[in-house]
Design a protein around this ligand. Structure first.
Ligand SMILES: NC(=O)c1ccc[n+]([C@@H]2O[C@H](COP(=O)([O-])OP(=O)(O)OC[C@H]3O[C@@H](n4cnc5c(N)ncnc54)[C@H](O)[C@@H]3O)[C@@H](O)[C@H]2O)c1
Ligand SMILES: C[N+](C)(C)CC=O
Length: 490
């Protein structure tokens, strides 16, 4: 059984209040461990350490190669313990082991990518109209507060920790309350890799206490958040106190448009993958399937046939294709949406129930669920369910497909399936979303920027954009012919 402490100023520590929280396995409700339950005072302690490490202990002056070396060491350690991390992620989050293995490998790649980026050129030079050389340099922002959700606990941590440290910031990191275990283990690796004390701090605890203090704290210079749109809104408000830099990766209700001329089997396969991988607990899930009328019935028959065959079970079982939802509370929310869909008049094509047979009664399992004949006004079409529930809409013609696809407050992701290349690009260019795929859905690369339009967020994770989010731009002007201005009479 794991006993997780927080990591503040280079020391493993309980919460100041002494409070703890039990962490359970969503596959069977069993106790996995007890972790510290911190509060605002713990955040303040971590921020003071991070501020001192940045300004007084010299982290802001470290050479990029030094930071890269530490990140590469952490990457090597994580890779060497990949199996242990993957198993722990599955136990804590529920996702099938093969998905956790992917996540750990992606986390290693992310660390290596940003270690590499730390040592690459970042500034620019400008030729201006005076005998002056103008240039920019990128500098670390200072103390960064990083807050992540429970659906990809380790990977979402890495998307923020790796670029923030690579760019020379110090950090105060907060994982989701339900899924802190791989973060605790990862901070052990940061310690082993040799990060100086105070540079990387881990505070565990509830969003309302720990997260809101991170958002409001006047000594935190930037907050980078991934989570729900409502929480993002409250973080924006709290961050206004010291005009913190913010980046927000928020929710989505992403459209997946399938035209009749698409490769049928590939489109069915990705429609399934788009919504049911990771139990549908994916920000970019293709949760609205927008289907051309001429293939509507045939496509839905094939899709429902495959959805019914998905093997749901404990993620540690190697045959499992879909695990439990992360918590009882979340399962009840998802089941509530399924009831709502029925009341709203959507046609339940398959699924719709909690699974309590086959030894799954103690876990939080929900059947892969598809609602057909949904309309844009339904809440199951408009709101993010964040579970294995697909809403299907029928369209006639390109214009209606786009109208339905863009009829949302969100703008995170979207996909288009067609064998007409010009149509694919025409439609994608009109889709109001930050991440898009043509004839694929979901592949994500640490080299390419990730983020949303509209209420899906502000800023970008990953790629060079994700690095720049953790830097300030400084303009430097160097006179090439120092001379008096002659502006005022002597
Ligand atoms: N855009 C993306 O890249 C992306 C990726 C993964 C998940 N998400 C989104 O995350 C959401 C699901 O995750 P969740 O339920 O953990 O989200 P959430 O917003 O409830 O919580 C996310 C994190 O914020 C903390 N938090 C909660 N209230 C807070 C507050 N008032 N101030 C500061 N922090 C607070 C939580 O403790 C947690 O660590 C979905 O909406 C999903 O789309 C987005
Ligand atoms: C990109 N992804 C799927 C890992 C994170 C979104 O929830």
């Amino acid at each position: 059984m794991l006993n997780g402490k927080m990591y503040i100023d280079g020391a493993w520590t309980p919460s100041i209040s002494g409070q703890t929280r039990d962490v359970v396995n969503p596959a069977d409700g069993s106790l996995l461990g007890t972790v510290a339950r911190g509060g605002a005072e713990d955040v303040k302690k971590a921020v003071a350490a991070a501020k001192r490490a940045f300004y007084e202990d010299g982290w802001m002056d470290t050479k990029p190669a030094e930071r890269a070396g530490l990140l590469l060491k952490a990457a090597g350690l994580l890779e060497s313990r990949g199996e242990e991390f993957a198993a722990l992620e599955t136990k804590n989050n529920g996702k099938p082991l093969r998905e956790s293995v992917f996540d750990v490998n992606d986390a290693v790649s992310c660390l290596r990518y940003y270690a590499g980026l730390a040592t690459k050129p970042h500034g620019q030079t400008y030729d201006v109209s005076d005998p002056m050389q103008a240039m920019t340099v990128r500098e670390a922002i200072g103390v960064c507060g990083l807050i992540v959700p429970w659906n990809y606990p380790l990977l979402m941590a890495m998307w923020k920790i790796a670029p923030a440290l690579a760019a020379g910031n110090t950090i105060v990191f907060k994982p989701a309350e339900a899924t802190p275990l791989t973060a605790v283990k990862f901070f052990e690796l940061l310690e082993e890799a040799g990060f100086p004390k105070g540079v990387a701090n881990l505070v565990l605890g509830p969003g309302g206490a720990v997260g809101s203090e991170i958002a409001a704290n006047m000594d935190i210079d930037k907050v980078a958040f991934t989570g729900g749109t409502e929480t993002g809104r409250s973080i924006m408000r709290a961050a206004a106190g010291n005009i913190k830099s913010i980046s927000l990766e928020l929710g989505g209700k992403s459209p997946n448009i399938v035209f009749a001329d698409a490769d049928f089997d590939i489109a069915v396969d990705y429609a399934l993958f788009g919504i049911f991988c990771n139990q549908g607990e994916v920000c970019s899930a293709g949760s609205r399937l927008i289907l051309e009328d001429t293939i509507y019935d045939k496509f839905l028959a094939a899709l429902a046939g495959r959805a019914k065959k998905i093997r749901v079970g404990n993620g540690l079982n190697e045959k499992t294709e879909m695990g439990p939802l992360v918590s009882r509370e979340h399962m009840e929310k998802v089941l509530g949406y399924i009831e709502l869909g029925k009341k709203e008049g959507a046609r339940l094509l398959c699924g719709g129930n909690r699974i309590v047979t086959g030894g799954l009664d103690k876990g939080f399992f929900v059947e892969p669920t598809i609602f057909a004949d949904t309309t844009p006004d339904m809440r199951v079409v408009r709101e993010e369910i964040f579970g294995p529930v697909l809403a299907v809409q029928k369209f006639h013609g390109e214009e209606e497909a786009l109208r339905l696809a863009n009829d949302t407050d969100y703008g995170l992701a979207g996909g288009v399936f067609t064998n007409d290349g010009a149509k694919a690009l025409r439609v994608i260019k009109k889709l109001r979303a930050g991440i898009t795929w043509i004839n694929a859905y979901h592949p994500t690369y640490c080299e390419a920027p990730w983020g949303g339009y509209r209420q899906s967020g502000i800023g970008r994770d990953l790629g060079t954009y994700g690095y720049e989010e953790y830097t300030e731009v400084k303009q430097i002007n160097i006179s090439l012919q120092p001379a008096e201005t002659g502006w005022f009479d002597k």
